[in-house]
Design a binder for this molecule. Structure first.
Ligand code: NAD
Length: 306
């Protein structure tokens, strides 16, 4: 199965396929184009329905329903279907996977060993855990090389992911903690929105309340998110970087997309997925109520000392 195809070295010559043309695939494709690292006509995305076709064609990418054909014509394959869809997709495409292909799974919770077993022997497989702020090139990603990847493969993935924001090599034992911190992170942060009741009409006090406390809140949130990462096994330094980059990315998405924060929150909450579980935890702890109280508290204090 593994032909004697010469592996390309230059990213700008490579063609990319996203098997699964959903939110994560679109965020990465848009980020790559914004960064100028890949040509639009070198990107193909696949899905059974036509839902994402207009968006992808608008940005100049190819769209097809044919997974095998997309794999056959590409060098780097991002497996970006939902984790429960992945086994069927691997079975479907395995017959056309060759030495040419670098297979990169972004699926949460699917181990490298499983991917390697389902693909031809010695397939070059990697796992990547990205997040949707990739779309504004403020993503936070880690990658984990599989058993048969070359040093050049890691370098290629590192430079591709670095064009989408912060990126670091990691090991598989850490990837769940990264999913909890950076993958689900934007939704926690997008939940942050200011609130001002009619009682405090002077916008200056409200601005002091929101602005001052907003920064302090962000520092505290970065530290607390980083604590969560450390608790789940990430080194402190990586944990702080992922947390900070995640807040930066979420803020940039709110500012640059013009979408309502709750729309962006909804976009990253898949049914039954990791993020909605995290949101439930936040809501049980009164997360939004606390932030509203904090703005109000700072605002009242600003009025009192004025
Ligand atoms: P999504 O539902 O938006 O996208 C899935 C896409 O796969 C859709 O376009 C769907 O039509 C397509 N699809 C379904 N069956 C298919 C098939 N048989 N062949 C080809 N395409 C098929 O989901 P998403 O949020 O983009 O997540 C995709 C993957 O990315 C998941 O495995 C998830 O764990 C991972 N991920 C997502 C995020 C995130 O923030 N959304 C972060 C990190 C990792």
């Amino acid at each position: 199965l593994m032909g004697d195809y010469t592996v390309k070295k230059d990213i700008s010559e490579m063609s990319l396929a996203f098997v699964g043309a959903g939110k994560m695939a679109q965020a990465m494709a848009k980020g790559f184009l914004a960064a100028g690292v890949v040509k639009a006509d070198h990107i193909t995305a696949t899905a059974p329905s036509c839902r994402s076709q207009p968006t992808l064609e608008d940005i100049g990418c190819q769209f097809t329903h044919n997974n095998k054909e997309a794999v056959e014509n590409s060098d780097i394959i991002f497996l970006s279907v939902k984790p429960h869809i992945l086994p069927g997709v691997l079975q479907e495409i395995a017959p056309v996977v060759t030495k040419r292909h670098l297979m990169v799974s972004v699926a949460a919770g699917v181990p490298l060993q499983f991917l390697e077993e389902k693909l031809p022997p010695k397939s070059r497989v990697m796992r990547v855990m990205p997040n949707t702020p990739c779309v504004v090139r403020q993503g936070a990603s880690v990658y984990v090389p599989g058993s048969h990847v070359e040093k050049e493969d890691s370098e290629i993935i590192k430079s591709l992911l670095s064009s989408l924001g912060y990126c670091s090599e990691s090991n598989e034992g850490m990837i769940s903690a990264v999913t909890g911190l950076a993958g689900s992170g934007p939704a926690y942060m997008i939940q942050k929105r200011g609130f001002c009741s009619d009682t405090y009409k002077d916008p200056v006090y409200v601005a002091i309340g929101l602005g001052g406390m907003g920064q302090a809140y962000a520092f505290t949130a970065i530290d607390a998110l980083a604590d969560g990462g450390v608790k789940m096994g990430l080194p402190r330094e990586l944990s702080i970087k992922l947390a900070a980059q995640t807040l930066l990315g979420a803020s940039k998405m709110v500012l640059e997309t013009g979408k309502h924060p709750m729309q962006l929150k909804d976009d990253v909450c898949s049914p039954g997925g990791t993020t909605i579980y995290a949101i439930h935890k936040l809501e049980s702890g009164g997360f939004r109520n606390l932030l509203i109280d904090a703005v109000e508290g700072a605002c009242l204090r600003a009025e009192a000392i004025a």
